[in-house]
Ligand binder design. Structure first.
Ligand code: UDP
Ligand code: MG
Length: 155
């Protein structure tokens, strides 16, 4: 039985500016993942450093911090079976030119620096990243269980 998980997904500033929020949400909804948290916000320097701390010291780090603060992001929490790897599979590789056709980054991005979407890479980073952007009471996962109980009721 696959594991039910939560993950943090963000439409990055380039994705928001290009009007890709609805397209990205639609892909995850169509797949069957459940949206349980959603907000638009400006990432602060402190949030950017917490989010991307693992990359501190790498050549692209200063540009990455500027990029993630270059406009609002749409921050989301998604729930579902194997949603962490499942969402990253749908996003495609970090470099859009290496991402498989049909993935979000392959279909909507050209450059590694502007790859339109973020997704957590492990259960630990998912919980850490969710905690940067959301308070527990901002997440609405009770309706997901309700939907599942409806399906069970129908047999
Ligand atoms: N990034 C970059 N240049 C690189 C590697 C990464 O600009 O050589 C940026 C890119 O926006 C990427 C983010 O830093 O999405 C985080 O990098 P990571 O390796 O964690 O990739 P991801 O998990 O986003 O696929
Ligand atoms: Mg990463």
């Amino acid at each position: 039985m696959p594991e039910e998980q939560r993950t943090f997904i963000a439409v990055k500033p380039d994705g928001v500016k290009r009007g890709l929020v609805g397209e990205i949400i639609k892909r995850f909804e169509n797949k069957g993942f459940k949206l349980i948290g959603l907000k638009m916000l400006h990432v602060t320097q402190e949030m950017a450093e917490r989010h991307y701390g693992e990359h501190e010291g790498k050549p692209f780090y200063p540009r990455l911090l500027r990029y993630i603060q270059s406009g609002p992001i749409v921050a989301m929490v998604w729930k579902g079976y194997n949603v962490i790897d499942g969402a990253r599979h749908m996003m495609g590789k970090t470099n859009p030119m290496e991402a498989e056709v049909g993935t979000i980054r392959a279909d909507y991005a050209l450059l590694m620096e502007y790859n339109v979407v973020h997704g957590s890479d492990s259960p630990e980073s998912a919980e850490r990243e969710i905690g940067i952007y959301f308070k527990p009471e901002e997440l609405c996962d009770e309706y997901v269980n309700m939907a599942e109980s409806v399906i069970e009721d129908l047999g």
